[in-house]
Design a protein around this ligand. Sequence first.
Ligand SMILES: O=C(O)CCC(=O)C(=O)O
Length: 256
Amino acid sequence: MRLALYQMEVVPGHPGKAMGKVESWIESLENTDIAVMPEMWNTSYTLDRLEELADENGRREVEFLQRLARDHHINIIGGSIAVKKHGRHYNESVIVNRKGEVIYQYDKIHLVPMLDEPKYLTAGDQFGIFEIDSEKMGVIICYDLRFPELSRQLALEGAEIIYVVAEWPVERMDHFAALLKARAIENQCYIAACNAAGECEGTVFGGRSMVISPSGEVMAEAGTDEETLITEIDIEVSRRIRQSIPVFESRRTDLY
Ligand SMILES: O=C(O)CCC(=O)C(=O)O
């Protein structure tokens, strides 16, 4: 399974320009099964302007991703987008399969106090897994990475790849790298983390998107600027490690 991660330099407050960049990027990909994008790629952290910038139900961006997926026959982990629903704003991940069908939508459940998300956004209240080419996968959004219970639950539901879509600030990249590795090792799954590059309202995003194997090996890592990271993964590796080190069976659910 060939993944392409778009460590996109953000275009704050210009969804149309951001969509133009994404379209050119998808057109440039060859022989790719799954394209992965970063968090809030349509607006970045222009939270006080979301009433003006976010589209109702994210229709503009969702229909755009559906068209790209269909035209280029590619599965898209659509990072996350700022959307408007029932007069509220959400940070929503959208997954589209290569037929152009929306197969999963997830509203970020852990809102970031350090970026004022709770002031401007409403938190989601559900999550689950989805399937691409019969493989089970999950997606979490940025700050969600700090809550191991969420990734563990996705792994218990069968996820063998967890995508982390992020706009992780440069100051805390050591946390990002350590937490990604921990989530891969403890859940014995691939972690494909797509961070943003560039800057929005004084926050600089640290890049360093990476793909980590189920045994914690960093298989590919980007630099700090805009870049595409390409990796081939084999889901069988996750199954083999789960058999050889059976942590899921050794859990003491009677004690915790
Ligand atoms: O947890 C962090 O340090 C960064 C979180 C973040 O930037 C986000 O969720 O957008």
